[in-house]
Design a binder for this molecule. Structure first.
Ligand code: 13P
Length: 254
């Protein structure tokens, strides 16, 4: 059975103390309340990573991740953070290709392919984000957009590397808007993604790939979304900033 995951993306929120307080609450709730096989991940700003890894060490149900990494190994890139640095503090995951990075920082599929390579090289698991904008959906090119994001972003990997990835489908029009994709809309894209993976890497790798849904996911709609055959969990923005809501979403898999 493929892994079920609920991952929080704190984005650029919470100062150091606030982050530690929230994470400590999450650790306690996860330890007390998560009874299934699901895995919980918190993707924090860089400044929190090392402390969160230390706080979460005792829990096998919980991991920590970053939200970005630079594509180069090291060098004169003032202000950037490398995959090796992230791994060196004990983080295990990194979100790559989030639509906010694509939109505000000009990250292209081709650049993201390099980021995926360097993350894997340093034993970080990429949570690779894809998804169409509202205009693309209205123009009915959403399947083409997603196929292109897969092809140019991650389909250069060989099968053994590809099998390590987590994919997150996040329709841009559902992020932070309160408008979630319906479970049928999300499932339609998730099965499309899985079929594309099967065509490229074979059914067994496709069946083993965890594909998360993200976009206005909350404790009220999570069960319905995660109940779909090809939705293996969620990438949670706003609701991951409240420990109760975040862990309630993760509890759907109990
Ligand atoms: P919201 O859950 O706030 O819509 O954000 C989703 C997201 O972008 C997670 O990466």
């Amino acid at each position: 059975m493929r892994k079920k995951i609920v991952a929080g993306n704190w984005k650029m929120n919470l100062d150091y103390e606030e982050g530690l307080t929230l994470f400590s609450e999450v650790v306690n709730m996860v330890n007390d309340e998560i009874t299934g096989q699901q895995h919980v991940i918190v993707c924090s700003p860089f400044i929190h990573l090392h402390s969160l890894v230390t706080l979460g060490k005792a829990s096998t149900k919980l991991s920590v991740g970053a939200q970005n990494a630079h594509q180069a190994e090291s060098g004169a890139y003032t202000g950037e953070i490398s995959a090796k640095m992230i791994r060196s503090v004990g983080a295990e995951y990194v979100i790559l290709g989030h639509s906010e990075r694509r939109q505000y920082f000009g990250e292209t599929n081709e650049l993201l392919a390099k980021k995926v390579d360097i993350a894997l090289k340093h034993a970080l698991v990429p949570i690779f984000c894809i998804g169409e904008t509202l205009q693309e959906r209205e123009a009915e090119i959403h399947f083409d957009v997603i196929k292109r994001q897969l092809t140019a972003g991650i389909f250069h990997l060989d099968a053994s590397e590809f099998a390590k990835l987590v994919i997150a489908y996040e329709p841009v029009w559902a992020i932070g808007t309160g408008v979630t994709a319906s479970s049928a809309q999300a499932q339609e894209i998730h099965i499309f993604i899985r079929n594309e993976i099967a065509a490229k890497y074979g059914q067994s790798i496709a069946d083993g790939t965890t594909i998360l849904y993200g976009g206005s996911c909350n404790p009220k709609n999570a069960a319905e979304l995660f109940g779909q055959a090809d939705i293996d969990g969620g990438l949670i923005g706003g609701a991951s900033l409240k420990s109760r809501d975040f862990v309630d979403i993760a509890r759907v898999f109990n």
